[in-house]
Ligand binder design. Structure first.
Ligand code: DHB
Ligand code: FE
Length: 285
């Protein structure tokens, strides 16, 4: 049977892709952020996942405002990396796992989630940067291939109405249940990308809420459904109009299920306009 081995959540700021391309990891601006991944790398070396189920939000690359599903799951055999306009380098394509994708799709539709299925899907910085952060030296031309296959699970955090935090949590639980009953011997990592607090435009551009971010991060081990009590508007007020991406962390955490133990966490302000958070959780038992 497939086994959920852990959950990594991280910010996905586009500038990370440029910093990796230019080798700026040791520069004073970037070092505290990149250092936060060192314990994650050590854990991945031991944990050796086969597949990553990546909860993320598309930023106008695969979907645009004219047609924007609330939830979409990839069922492609390959996902090509592309840039929707940040001028960041692309990375090597990711290999998919269509059989696991369809298993998850069938399971969540049977659980009454009306999702969009994507047999073709291009992925933006919200998939590519977290993958490059977790597996440095992989994926770029001439380097090592990505060591995991991926299943992208896309959540709309771009155009209102957004799914509620509570609904994202339920979707995560349904995806987690699907993985847990998948009858192939796979080690599955769950990833959630986006957040934490940030606002890119408007009167509150540059808004960051350290107290809320910290409370949210602590809740993911102590009381994982804590943030589901907030409405979308409340979350935008507390975290900024792009900080609401943290509902994706909630979905990923819910997929892990049950109790969780924090392996490592780091929080650094700012990376670009964003409060950059990283967490790695393992199942408690
Ligand atoms: C930034 C953060 C994001 O999450 C994003 O999607 C784009 C830009 C930023 O802080 O620059
Ligand atoms: Fe984003």
């Amino acid at each position: 049977m497939a086994r959920l081995i852990g959950c990594v959540t991280t910010s996905h700021v586009p500038a990370i892709g440029r910093a990796i391309d230019k080798g700026l990891q040791e520069e004073p601006y970037w070092k505290p952020f990149f250092d936060g991944f060192k314990p994650v790398h050590r854990w991945l070396d031991r944990a050796r996942p086969d597949v990553a189920v990546v909860f993320y939000n598309d930023h106008g690359l695969n979907f645009f405002l004219d047609k924007l599903p609330t939830f979409a799951i990839g069922a492609a055999s390959q996902y090509v990396s592309a840039d929707e306009g940040w001028n960041i380098p692309t990375v090597a394509p990711f290999t998919g796992d269509p059989d696991l994708s369809w298993h998850i799709i069938n399971s969540v539709v049977a659980a009454d989630f009306d999702i969009t299925t994507c047999q073709e899907m291009v992925v933006d910085h919200a998939v590519c940067n977290p993958m490059a952060l977790l597996w440095p030296g992989c994926g770029a031309d001439g380097e090592r291939p990505w060591p995991v296959r991926i299943v992208p699970v896309e959540i709309n955090t771009v155009q209102f109405p957004l799914p509620s935090a509570a609904r994202c949590y339920q979707l995560g639980e349904a995806v987690g249940r699907a993985i847990a009953c998948y009858p192939r011997d796979l080690r599955v990592l769950v990833m959630g990308t986006g957040g934490l607090s940030h606002q890119l435009d408007g009167e509150r551009a540059g808004f960051i809420n350290k107290e809320f971010d910290r409370e949210f991060m602590a809740s993911l081990t102590a009381d994982p459904a804590w943030a589901t009590k907030y409405s979308t508007v409340e979350l935008v007020e507390k975290t900024g109009s792009q900080g609401v991406e943290l509902i994706i962390w909630l979905a990923a955490r819910a997929a892990l299920g049950g109790g969780a133990r924090e392996v490592t966490a780091s929080y650094h302000i700012p990376i670009s306009n964003t409060a950059a958070g990283i967490m790695l959780l393992e199942p408690a038992s």
